[in-house]
Write a protein that binds this ligand. Structure first.
Ligand SMILES: [Zn+2]
Length: 189
C-alpha cells in the first residue's frame, strides 16, 4: 500500500481532517488529526497497523507497550501481529507507571508505540519507565508522525505516515484573517 492509499484511508476514517480547527494547544490549523477514529473501524485499523507491524518485525521484541489511552488499541494490534504480549502504561499521580499486574522482565526487548507522535512526550515517559525496570527498548513506532523530523527519539523510529501540520496563533491565523470561523473538533457544538 502506498502513501496516497494510506492517506485516503485516514481521510475516509476521519483521522485526517482538513478545514479550520482550534487545536488542543489553542493554536489554529488547517488540518486536524484524530487517530482514535481509525480504531473505530477494526478492519482499517488492522490494515494500517499491519504496515507498522511489518516495519517493526525486524526489531525482534518480546513485548509492545503504549501510553494509555491513545496507544492501547495500537499496542494490542501490533502485539497481535508480532505474536508477542501487549501492555499499556498509565499515569498514577502524574507518573507513568505499570498497573494491573503488568510486568516487564529485566532484559526484555520492548517496542513502544503511540498513535500520534508530536513532541514524543508521553512516549518518552514510557521509555523512561521501561528503562527503569531494566527493559531494553529496541524501537519506537507510531501510525502518524507529526514531529517534522525522524529523530525525536534516541532509538530507531518507524511510522506509517508523516503529516506536516502548520499551526498559527489565532491573531496570525491566515484562515481567521480571511474571515473563516474555526471549529474545535471533539467539542459538542
Ligand atoms: Zn484561525
Amino acid at each position: 500500500m502506498n502513501n496516497e492509499e494510506v492517506i485516503e484511508i485516514l481521510i475516509k476514517c476521519g483521522v485526517l481532517m482538513e478545514g479550520h480547527f482550534i487545536l488542543t494547544s489553542g493554536k489554529h490549523s488547517d488540518k486536524y488529526v484524530q487517530c482514535a477514529k481509525l480504531f473505530q473501524n477494526p478492519m482499517y485499523s488492522e490494515i494500517i497497523s499491519s504496515i507498522l507491524a511489518e516495519k517493526l518485525k525486524k526489531y525482534d521484541a518480546d513485548l509492545v507497550i503504549a501510553p494509555a489511552v491513545g496507544g492501547i488499541i495500537l499496542s494490542y494490534e501490533i502485539a497481535k501481529q508480532l505474536n508477542v504480549k501487549s501492555l499499556f502504561a498509565e499515569r498514577e499521580n502524574q507518573m507513568m507507571t505499570l498497573r494491573r499486574g503488568f510486568e516487564i522482565a529485566k532484559g526484555a526487548k520492548v517496542i513502544v508505540v503511540e498513535d500520534v507522535v508530536t513532541t514524543g512526550g508521553s512516549v518518552n515517559e514510557v521509555v523512561d519507565l521501561v528503562n527503569s525496570l531494566g527493559g531494553v527498548i529496541t524501537a519506537i513506532g507510531s501510525i502518524v508522525n507529526r514531529s517534522k523530523n525522524n529523530s525525536v527519539f534516541p532509538y530507531p523510529y518507524e511510522y506509517v505516515v508523516q503529516i506536516d501540520m502548520e499551526s498559527y496563533d489565532k491573531e496570525e491565523c491566515p484562515l481567521c484573517l480571511k474571515g473563516s470561523i474555526p471549529y474545535k473538533p471533539g467539542s459538542r457544538k
